[in-house]
Design a protein around this ligand. Structure first.
Ligand code: PHE
Length: 347
């Protein structure tokens, strides 16, 4: 009997050592300590044994039963822990973009330079209390021309070569000024907003002209607004964007929707004013057409021009981006060339 117990103990420790999962352990438990297990069989066999043997073997078998149970539980805890750890390892979520880029060699993306500058300008203007508005790319004639004091027969329509739809009533907007009209119709003065977006013109392309480009419109309507207010906001914008005072000049400019109208030029930052392809050898870049909103435009927008007035501007966003980053050809912006776009990647 004693030898049998020794054998059982030996078998148990071998079986325990090769148990790899909870299923193995359950089988082990029923084989050794279960009702029909090895130890139970021994205890049953004691019926025919002598009193001494019963005492001795019975006590030893019960001790083994306790010992086996404890060992099985310990092993089960270890297996569970190992399983949990390997699951944590397998299902780990890497939340750090930085690590993915550096350690796994993933490519880091970037905002397009136009988006970068657009967002910066939005921040500058929202910090001064301006709203940011959006408008549709496909406009109707009323919002793009008519309401902006450019009637059907006005020669100013020729200034902006337009992509018309077949119905000749809709078009790809030629400027973000169309959003001035939408803004006036949905706001009650006083108000001020900026409106960035893509605009479209059927133009021959060169280093400074594209068929699709970006503008950022601005409009402020209140009582007693003057050209001084307009100049203040434009200078604030430019000095913040370039991080320094930029030389500007104001020339009279004609736009039917402003009176008086101006062209605000900045000293070319590509060539420092010496003359290059971006500034067309002029040393100055036309950047910010602007002016005081024409009374007819206020009226078309549902605003009483005898009570309110204001200014509007139409910033050439792509040109500003080019000045800021020293890009000498506007066609790079839409080229889709990764070598160009990768230069703006940051994290
Ligand atoms: N919409 C004009 C253009 O695209 C620019 C502009 C906007 C001029 C606002 C004056 C005021 O040429």
């Amino acid at each position: 009997m004693k030898e049998k117990l020794n054998q059982i103990e030996q078998d148990f420790s071998n079986a325990l050592a090769s148990s790899k999962n909870i299923g193995d352990l359950n089988a082990l438990k029923s084989d050794f300590v279960g009702k029909k297990g090895a130890l139970a069989t021994i205890l049953k066999g004691l019926k025919e044994a002598s009193i001494e043997e019963r005492k001795e073997i019975g006590a030893a078998a019960n001790r083994l039963k306790e010992q086996f149970t404890v060992q099985i539980e310990q092993q089960a805890r270890q297996i569970e822990l190992a399983e949990m750890n390997s699951r944590l390892e397998r299902e780990k979520i890497d939340l750090s973009l930085r690590d993915s880029v550096q350690e796994k060699g993933l490519r880091n993306g970037s905002y397009h330079p136009v988006s970068i500058v657009q967002r910066e300008i939005e921040d500058i203007f929202t910090s001064m209390g301006f709203e940011v508005l959006d408008g549709p790319h496909i406009e109707d004639e009323f919002h793009n021309f008519e309401a902006l004091n450019i009637p059907d027969t006005h020669p100013a329509r020729d200034m902006q070569d337009t992509f018309w739809f077949k119905d000749m009533a809709h078009l790809l907007r030629t400027h973000t000024s169309a959003i001035q009209v939408r803004g006036m119709n949905t706001h009650t003065p006083p108000f001020k907003f900026v409106a960035p977006g893509k605009v479209f013109r059927c133009e021959a392309t060169d280093a400074s002209h594209e068929m699709v480009f970006h503008q950022l419109e601005g409009m402020m309507i209140d009582k007693d607004i003057s050209v001084a207010n307009l100049i203040y906001f434009m200078k604030t914008l430019l000095s913040q964007i370039f991080g320094k005072e930029v030389e500007v000049r104001l020339r009279p400019g004609f736009f039917p929707f402003v009176e008086p109208g101006f062209e605000l030029d900045i000293n070319c930052l590509i060539c420092g004013g010496k003359g290059c392809s971006v500034c067309k050898q002029q040393g100055w870049v036309e950047l910010l057409p602007c002016g005081m909103v024409h009374p007819n435009v206020l009226t078309a927008g549902g605003i009483d021009p005898s009570e309110f007035n204001g200014f509007a501007f139409g910033l050439g966003l792509d040109r500003l981006v080019m000045m800021r980053y020293g890009i000498d050809d506007i066609r790079h912006l839409h080229s889709g060339d990764l070598r160009f776009i990768k230069q703006f990647a940051t994290y």
